[in-house]
Ligand binder design. Structure first.
Ligand code: AP5
Ligand code: MG
Length: 226
């Protein structure tokens, strides 16, 4: 645990917050490529775990498929395990964590906020639903597409690895509404927590993907020279 504490105290940490479909994964992938930061998506970690068909995997799948949050203890253990394996990167991008005030407080206790910047992608619910329903994900490499805003060159096939594109099971309208409901219940507490620490940055999430990446990079550059 002390090695982990060491890593987390010295590396910059970017936290990407936002409703489902706000572009956390899209931005995290882009930033991780250009900044050489390690991208940690708790949603991806959980989906990988759920594919293992273990008792834990099946429990996790049930939460995700119903649009519910996985219990704090479960996600924290999985995240810490993954962080221990990420010690070669120049920074860490957390995508989808924290999701509850308890998770935010625990992260703060473990890492402090010295080199942390929290970005909140603001996107309204109607835009979210349009984005998620038309999202497609490569089953092999995880590349994200959107049927209208960011289509693959060949329908149903990933441009990068030629893997099959699929819709996530939890991307059905009724489940999206449940995910949004939980988001609106939990997120104000988390935003207030980071606002009080003075490290929260709001980003307009309905701009183009490129413009959003640029805005985030400018904020990071400013913060890291402070
Ligand atoms: P997770 O996988 O994190 O899902 P989410 O938060 O609901 O977010 P999404 O992945 O759906 O959206 P995103 O913000 O990444 O958007 P994306 O970039 O794909 O979590 C899934 C589940 O796991 C949770 O419901 C919960 O059960 C569990 N879980 C995860 N973390 C947990 C935690 N910490 N604690 C407890 N449980 C947890 O973009 C969406 C679409 O829009 C794409 O098609 C993309 O191409 C398009 N797009 C992106 N940006 C733009 C743009 N600027 N303009 C137009 N289109 C855009
Ligand atoms: Mg995502």
């Amino acid at each position: 645990m002390s090695l982990l504490k060491n890593i987390m105290n010295t590396l910059p940490i970017l936290i990407l917050l936002g409703p489902p479909g706000s572009g956390k994964g899209t931005q995290a992938k882009q930033l991780s490529k250009s900044l050489h930061y390690h991208h940690l998506s708790t949603g991806d970690l959980l989906r990988n775990e759920s594919k293992k068909e273990t008792i834990l995997g099946k429990e996790i799948k049930a939460y995700i498929d119903h649009g519910e949050l996985v219990p704090d203890e479960t996600i924290i253990n999985i995240l810490l395990q993954s962080l221990r394996e990420s010690n070669n990167s120049e920074g860490i991008i957390l995508d989808g964590f924290p999701r509850t005030l308890t998770q935010a407080q625990l992260l703060d206790k473990k890492c402090g906020v010295k080199k942390t910047i929290v970005f909140h992608l603001d996107v309204d619910d109607d835009t979210i639903i349009k984005r998620i329903i038309q999202r497609r994900v490569c089953v092999q490499c995880g590349q994200l597409y959107h049927l209208e805003f960011h289509p693959s060159k060949k329908p149903g096939q990933c441009d990068i690895c030629h893997g099959k594109l699929e819709q996530r099971f939890d991307d059905k309208e009724v489940i999206i509404k449940k995910r949004l409901e939980i988001y609106h219940r939990e997120m104000p507490l988390i935003l207030k927590f980071y606002q009080n620490h003075g490290i929260l940055v709001h980003i307009k999430g309905d701009e183009s993907q490129e413009k959003i990446t640029e805005s985030i990079k400018i904020k990071i550059a400013k913060k890291l020279v402070e």
